[in-house]
Design a protein around this ligand. Structure first.
Ligand code: ROI
Length: 148
């Protein structure tokens, strides 16, 4: 079983509902065990400002799925939420990002782990800190406290 951090974000169609129900859907997946859930965080959009505030959260799960299969199942959940993504950096119904997958480092066309933007995004770092600790190590990047 591997421990995986997942970031959730939404700023369309009742973002609070999108994030809370996505967590419930992930929880009910047969091959996923939910270990921890951060609070829900409201933040101004990073990127273009002419869009609504986001709701973000981070969860910690345990799974036997391989990264590609987990990504696939998360994308199915995104589609269930009739994911709209109007443009890059634009508003979206639901974003599910694999942030870290144990200590693995990988880079394929579909998937980069750890997520390359973790350290630049307070909307990921704050909920991540809440369910870890100041000395938590982000593979390739070092302690989370360096970036907060
Ligand atoms: N900004 C915030 N605050 N939260 C997000 O989840 C988020 N997601 C994105 C972009 C558009 C980069 N901005 C965001 O994809």
């Amino acid at each position: 079983m591997k421990k995986v951090f997942i970031g959730l974000g939404s700023n369309l169609q009742n973002p609070l509902y999108q994030v809370v129900s996505a967590i419930e859907e992930i929880k009910s997946h047969n091959d996923i065990c939910l270990l921890a859930t951060s609070s829900l965080y409201k933040s101004r959009p990073v990127g273009p400002q002419d869009q609504s505030d986001f709701i973000n959260a981070v969860i910690l799960i345990e799974t036997k799925l391989k990264p590609e299969n987990l990504l696939n199942d998360l994308q199915i959940i995104e589609k269930l939420h009739s994911r709209v993504r109007l443009k890059k950096w634009g508003p979206r119904t639901l974003d599910l990002d694999i942030l870290m997958f144990e200590n693995i480092i990988m880079k394929t066309k579909k998937l980069i782990i750890p997520h390359p933007e973790i350290i630049n995004r307070q909307f990921v770092l704050m909920p991540l800190l809440e369910i870890t600790h100041q000395n938590f190590n982000i593979p390739l990047k070092g302690k989370i406290k360096k970036y907060i």
